[in-house]
Design a protein around this ligand. Structure first.
Ligand code: CMP
Length: 384
């Protein structure tokens, strides 16, 4: 491996850390150490040993970020396509989101020092390191997609919130201005009470005292709960839709890989994708035991499973299926099936098996023919 490739792997541990979760999250651990030191330093007295120690950690982490930035620029051509020029690859990294975040992380402390603030305040610029989490969290990417998807409905809720807020502030100004001119003497002043009440925060620093003011407060509080419930409902629905969409896409890709389904058209695959769910199984997993009742069958997308029969073991690989006999013939499981290599399986529950039999009898006929062959083979071995 060239030294540039080695540096590339070193500065991109997530890609290099196959199977080592600790190495994969090393950048986050370093970032967390720097941020925790910066935060803890605000509680230490200036010039104390703790202050020096924590500042030392912050500066060390900054030094690492600078080194990583420089090395990532240098090793960027390793990730680029073969025909791309080295300069193009480096420019690509510099202009990428990751490049910008790395640049900000590297410039955080110098920017603080340039302000001329005391060192602990200058160090607060290190808060931009938190951006590194955003870049690396796939969960946040999902959240951004969810917000984009739900944006029209969310804008509607925000508009409703603002309208209710203005009405509440105006009415409270009308009802309370004489009793409490300090808090309700103008609409801008009344807005503070309105937002605290509508958001159901209720600090209690300003409380309406007139009867109409209290009636209004009751409505505003209930209105606030309804608005936030709507808000949460919209986000939850968009989340569920996004997860379903991801599940659909992943299942689709996997179904398309199984030769058994490859003869089907897109419409039929879309139909089947909704019935199947994906299961990742590690080596050694016992998927079913002999004698159990059968509630689902499995298609192997990748990996290997072994059916342990009384007389022999049968290895089943990508494209093959198992667990169909119990569903077809209503018998207990005829063998124990164990995963012998890490596998991706597509699972078809018994209810969905019946639906598939109704919609795609030709598929079930193929499964049934194989089930019969296996049953006869087992019977012949038992008889021998
Ligand atoms: P089932 O009986 O539901 O559960 C055990 C599974 O092992 C069975 O379905 C078949 O899918 C599989 N199996 C049983 N016998 C054989 C065989 N002879 N060859 C391949 N697979 C088998």
């Amino acid at each position: 491996m060239s030294s540039r490739a080695a540096i590339y792997r070193l500065t991109h541990p997530r890609r290099a850390a196959r199977g080592s979760p600790l190495l994969a999250i090393l950048p986050e651990l370093i970032c967390t150490a720097g941020l925790l030191a910066m935060i803890a330093d605000t509680a230490a007295s200036a010039g104390s040993r703790a202050d020096l120690f924590l500042s030392g950690i912050v500066t060390t982490v900054w030094g690492l970020f600078v080194a990583v930035y420089v090395l990532r620029i240098w090793s960027a051509p390793e990730a680029a396509a073969r025909h791309a020029s080295a300069a193009g690859a480096r420019l690509g990294y510099l202009l990428s989101t990751r490049g910008w975040i790395d640049l900000m992380a590297a410039l955080a402390l110098p920017a603080g020092w340039l302000t001329g603030l005391p060192h602990r305040d200058a160090q607060l610029f290190a808060i931009v390191w938190a951006l590194k989490y955003i870049r690396q969290s796939s969960g946040l990417t999902v959240l951004l997609r969810v917000i984009r998807r739900a944006a029209p409905a969310l804008v509607g809720i925000v508009t409703l919130f603002l309208v209710v807020l203005l009405i509440a502030a105006t009415l409270s100004y009308l009802f309370e201005r004489e009793a409490q001119p300090e808090a309700f003497g103008s609409i801008p002043r009344a807005l503070w009470w309105a937002i605290v009440t509508l958001s159901t925060t209720g600090y209690g620093d300003v409380v309406p005292t007139t009867i109409w003011g209290r009636v209004l407060a009751a409505w505003v509080m209930v209105g606030g709960i309804v608005i936030f419930a709507l808000w949460a409902g919209i986000i939850a629905t968009a989340f569920a839709e996004e997860l379903q969409r991801r599940h659909f896409l992943r299942t689709w890709d996997l179904v398309a890989e199984v030769p058994f389904f490859q003869t089907l058209g897109a419409a039929a695959i879309a139909d089947i994708v909704r019935l199947l769910h994906v299961r990742d199984a590690s080596a050694g997993t016992v998927v079913m035991r002999k004698g159990q009742a059968g509630d689902s069958m499995y298609f192997i997308v990748s990996g290997e499973a072994t059916a342990m029969l009384a007389s022999k073991s049968v290895k089943l690989g990508p494209g093959e299926h198992f667990g169909e006999m119990a569903l077809l013939f209503g018998t207990p499981r005829s063998a124990t099936v164990v995963i012998t290599e890490p596998s991706v399986l597509l699972v078809l529950d018994v209810a969905d098996f019946r639906i598939l039999a109704g919609r795609r009898p030709e598929l079930i006929n193929v499964i049934e023919a194989e089930g019969r062959r296996r049953r006869e083979e087992n019977a012949a071995v038992r008889g021998a």
